[in-house]
Design a protein around this ligand. Structure first.
Ligand SMILES: [Zn+2]
Ligand SMILES: [Zn+2]
Length: 398
């Protein structure tokens, strides 16, 4: 990732993020994002004095949480935007039962529990907060205090971005690397990271001579060509008057900055495979088609069914059920585990690889199935991957 970006390269990266989130997996995150913007936020006129840093960049509006949002609405908006739809019911149940383990849903559920338990003060301070990351007064004692609590889960930063959509920035494990590259290796302290991102953004606007409104417009999800189809909204609130397009055109800073540090899985695949990858993709609705993580062999095709994914790969057809995915994520990728091997060799699978785990744990799978299953889990953003020989896999929520 290069840090000397200009608006044109940032826009291309954001377009790529929106395109991938429209078609790369079956979640259609740009639709979830628009639904959440509609439901819990509002844009309002910039209230800052002329001397504020935001006004120097011709700021006209800010975003904030609406004054009538309830915790369940906030919870659903959060899950929809950042958590695979496959996990929504489990996360809500864990929260309702106060059963926050260290397992697969630990990071999401403990973050949501923190918000739930502190909702009155978080909500009051979020609704009354009028700053943006660009403003001269971009933080105060209350938020500095909140941000000082560290949690290694990536959901921890996402909660601040959900509460303060114009001030805070979410990240995942890949974008955190990109953010660090652009901020002189900013330490994990969240305040310090935001402070350096803020300087980076101000430098960019000064260099480009663009306004903050121009910057907000760099994120235009409609360019991905996917209609804002209400039927695709996860956890929809029945009767809510969702909009009919990706509006307004001036997006919250957290959304724009999140996408600006997007690290596309396909370019990481190309990098990992040093040009040998033939990562192909078909955007037909309800169907995903990609080459395997090694970039060789047949394309893996999958579509969502009621209980799992129907998979077609190299002449074979099989079902990967959601229950099997839960077992894989819980047992093969327990909380705190390090990178694990793919290990898809049919003849000599390493004992600690996913291939061996699949053949030992389930009937009908051989170590070779790990190639197709890992590809699906990576593209569905359920796990992350790294390297070529060996290919390594990891949980995504840490
Ligand atoms: Zn402003
Ligand atoms: Zn301001």
């Amino acid at each position: 990732m290069k840090c000397d970006q200009v608006f044109a390269t940032i826009q291309a990266r954001i377009d790529r993020s929106n395109y991938d989130s429209a078609y790369r997996n079956l979640n259609k995150y740009i639709i979830q994002e628009q639904a959440s913007l509609d439901e819990i936020y509002e844009a309002y006129l910039c209230p800052c004095p002329p001397a504020c840093e935001c006004r120097k960049h011709l700021c006209r509006l800010h975003w904030r949480l609406r004054g009538n949002v309830t915790f369940p609405q906030f919870r659903d908006a959060f899950l929809r935007m950042f958590v695979h739809r496959f996990f929504h019911a489990g996360a809500i149940q864990a929260l309702d039962l106060d059963r926050i383990g260290s397992g697969r849903l630990g990071g999401v559920a403990s973050t949501l529990l923190h918000i739930h338990d502190n909702w009155p003060s978080l909500f009051k301070n979020a609704v009354s907060w009028s700053g943006t990351l660009l403003c001269t007064n971009w933080q105060d004692e209350f938020w500095r205090q909140e941000w000082s609590a560290y949690d290694k889960s990536v959901y921890w930063a996402k909660q601040w971005a959900m509460l303060l959509p114009d001030t805070c920035v979410p990240y995942d494990s890949a974008s955190r690397v990109a953010i660090r590259e652009c901020t002189g290796g900013a330490p994990p302290g969240y305040f310090e990271m935001l402070d350096r991102l803020r300087s980076h953004l101000i430098d960019l606007l000064n260099r480009e001579g663009g306004t903050v409104m121009d910057f907000r417009e760099l994120d235009a999800p409609g360019r991905a060509g996917l209609h804002f189809d209400h039927a695709s909204i996860a956890l929809p609130h029945l009767g809510f008057p969702y909009s009919y397009d990706y509006l307004p055109v001036h997006r919250p800073l957290s959304r724009v900055i999140d996408k600006f540090f997007y690290s596309p899985v396909t370019s990481r695949l190309l990098k990992a495979n040093a040009g040998t990858s033939s990562s192909a993709f078909s955007g037909s609705p309800g169907q995903c088609s990609f080459s395997t993580l090694s970039g060789t062999g047949s394309l893996v095709n999958w579509s969502r069914q009621a209980h799992g994914y129907h998979v077609e790969w190299g002449g074979s057809k099989f079902t990967l059920t959601f229950a099997q995915i839960e077992v894989i994520l819980d047992e093969f990728f327990p909380a705190g585990c390090d990178w694990k091997k793919l290990g898809a060799s049919e003849t000599d699978p390493p004992p600690d690889g996913l291939g061996r785990f699949l053949s030992d744990r389930f009937t009908g799978f051989t170590p070779r199935h790990a190639s197709a299953i890992a590809t699906i889990l990576v593209h569905e953003q359920l796990i992350d991957f790294h390297g070529k020989k060996p290919i390594l896999l990891r949980r995504i929520d840490e």
